[in-house]
Design a protein around this ligand. Structure first.
Ligand code: MN
Length: 572
């Protein structure tokens, strides 16, 4: 099915309406490829249809670039398509604002990736936002060659590290692999060339070899009365092949699953029966039998895998699974929720049902498990993945596309202090998603927050009543107490009294006064005090300044004068 076919069937439906509106709104716009812009939202919608997405999601796909790139207003769209769809469209626009910079940025790449993942998760109160974004990214990656080189690299890196990973974790194996493959040539151009020169031939040879095995396998399955739906070959993707080759001295012959044979059977018991048949035909390689049916991968992948020693002593990997497993493996969560909904006989799944069906919490646990067993900084990830943590945090975006996480209930003031103390102290106003808000406005996940500052402004005591973070509260208190001292300072203190304990000698006093004068400090009064019982006299200078920095520089200089033993000062 395609969007155009759907429209033919239902020319008045929401999809048809969205098609018309999007086509009109984007009219005249061109993509970097030179094609009319509209082919992009249409392609995105077609991808969503191919994933069996519901009507709302397909509509969101058609409209996803409308708020950002055209004059159509959100209000207009809401009127025609309803809040739910606009929520999806809006979510996609927000995700689009995040610019992943990878290692090049000043915060650690790891922190940045995690931030983004958290952000993406937070936005996915409705996972369909992610589906649209993934479809958007998939199509953009297919036309990435049209962009300038520097952009290609950034987008490819973002795709590799964020979206492909995300797709994998959502169990969308197919998409994840495709995204990896699409980014690969941009991230590893030389390696890609090497693969192009060395692999296609090998793929072909492998396929030919496997095709020759087919009759033998088919007749054996028939003999055991095992029905199969299909048998095909799965060529290993370049991106994952490359990573595997690195571990095998770039020796392609050591990659057993360069091309794997995939058998789709009718039932779970047929899976095991077929595995038995294969093992009867060819001896299995010890340690290579994997039962992902009994023990699915953390992302939900189910299948039986085995590597056998086939004709001419060649290793062959077999993957055996049912149709349902296959569909779930390829499309993951996307396939799953729709299937469940259809089974129930319901129409389009509602948002609340969706989140239940997705067992989102379970997914998070799976991720956590996976990371516990992996080597990628498990501590940071575990921390980030704590369910509670997610519940109590929001993720907001700076105008530069950085993601900050803050506790629920945080305000622009918390945000400002989180960026920098000075920004907090001098903050006078805030814009959220482009509109002015009050400083006590409660921020929400996905908000894009911009802080307006005014130099030399000081925080207000009232802020303490609404800020949420301890960091902001502490900094406000410090700034206020400094403000009070400096205010009282200005009112009363105009002078600084220096007390020097000296070992008097000829010329000392002159040296002291010269030093003070050279520091551009006026001396209002000098007094030498001889205290009874004290071996050394005290030289008291009243200086006409309260400038702390000036005073401390002066004190340093005075201390160098021979005979000066100790200096204290007070503001008067
Ligand atoms: Mn787009």
């Amino acid at each position: 099915m395609t969007v155009k076919e759907i429209i033919k069937k239902d020319p008045e439906g929401l999809i048809a309406q969205a098609y018309k509106l999007s086509q009109k709104a984007h009219a005249g716009q061109k993509r970097k490829t030179g094609e009319p812009f509209f082919i992009h939202p249409l392609a995105v919608a077609d991808i969503l249809v191919s994933w069996n997405m519901d009507e709302e999601t397909v509509v969101a796909g058609l409209l996803h670039d409308i708020i950002e790139d055209t004059k159509t207003s959100k209000e207009e769209l809401t009127k025609q398509f309803g809040k739910e769809i606009i929520f999806l469209v809006d979510g996609v626009s927000k995700l689009g604002k995040i610019k992943y910079q990878g290692v090049a940025s000043n915060i650690s790449a790891h922190a940045k990736v995690e931030n983004l993942r958290k952000m993406i998760l937070a936005l996915s109160e409705d996972l369909r936002v992610i589906f649209v974004k993934l479809a958007d990214r998939l199509h953009n990656m297919k036309t990435l060659a049209a962009l300038p080189a520097i952009k290609q690299k950034r987008i490819a890196l973002e795709t590799e590290e964020i979206y492909a990973t995300l797709a994998y974790r959502l169990g969308m194996q197919n998409l994840s692999g495709e995204l990896h493959d699409l980014s690969f040539p941009f991230l590893y151009p030389k390696e890609n060339e090497w693969l192009l020169n060395h692999i296609p031939e090998k793929y072909e040879a492998r396929k030919e070899y496997l095709e020759k095995l087919l009759p033998k396998i088919k007749s054996s399955l028939q003999k055991h009365e095992i029905e199969w739906d299909s048998m095909d070959f799965r060529a290993k993707r370049y991106s994952s092949l490359y990573h595997k080759l690195l571990r095998h001295d770039m020796d392609v012959d050591k990659i057993y699953d360069l091309v794997a044979m995939r058998i789709i059977v009718k039932s779970v018991s047929d899976c095991y029966a077929a595995l038995g048949v294969i093992h009867e035909l060819f001896p299995p390689l010890p340690g290579r039998i994997k039962d992902y049916i009994a023990m699915p991968k953390p992302n939900g992948y189910r299948s039986l895998h085995t590597t056998v020693i086939a004709e001419s002593n060649k290793f062959v990997e077999f993957q055996i699974r049912t149709e349902e497993m296959h569909r779930d493996n390829e499309n993951g969560i996307a396939a799953h929720w729709l299937y469940e909904q259809k089974k129930k006989g319901g129409g389009n799944p509602k948002k609340e049902e969706l989140s239940k069906e997705l067992s989102w919490v379970e997914q998070l646990r799976n991720w956590q498990e996976k990371y516990e067993n992996s080597t990628t900084d498990p501590e940071a990830f575990l921390h980030a993945m704590k369910i509670d943590f997610f519940k109590d945090r929001i993720f907001v975006i700076t105008p530069k596309g950085e993601v900050l996480d803050l506790p629920v209930g945080s305000t622009p003031v918390d945000f400002a202090y989180h960026i920098h103390t000075t920004i907090g102290n001098t903050c006078v106003g805030a814009k959220v998603n482009g509109s002015f808000v009050s400083l006590d406005h409660e921020l929400r996940s996905g908000d894009i927050v911009e802080i307006l500052i005014q130099k030399n402004k000081l925080p207000s005591e009232d802020w303490l009543k609404f800020v949420k973070t301890d960091g902001a509260r502490d900094k406000i208190r410090v700034a206020i107490s400094q403000k009070k001292t400096s205010l009282t300072g200005r009112r009363i203190a105009t002078n600084t009294d220096l007390k020097l304990i000296v070992q008097d000698r000829f010329g000392l006093l002159k040296e002291v006064t010269d030093t003070v004068t050279r520091s551009h400090v006026n001396i209002r009064h000098i007094q030498t005090i001889h205290q009874a019982g004290n071996q050394f006299p005290v030289l008291k200078l009243q200086c006409q300044t309260t400038d702390k920095e000036k005073i401390s520089r002066l004190i340093l200089k005075l201390k160098k004068i021979k005979g000066v033993r100790e200096i204290t000062y007070t503001l008067t």
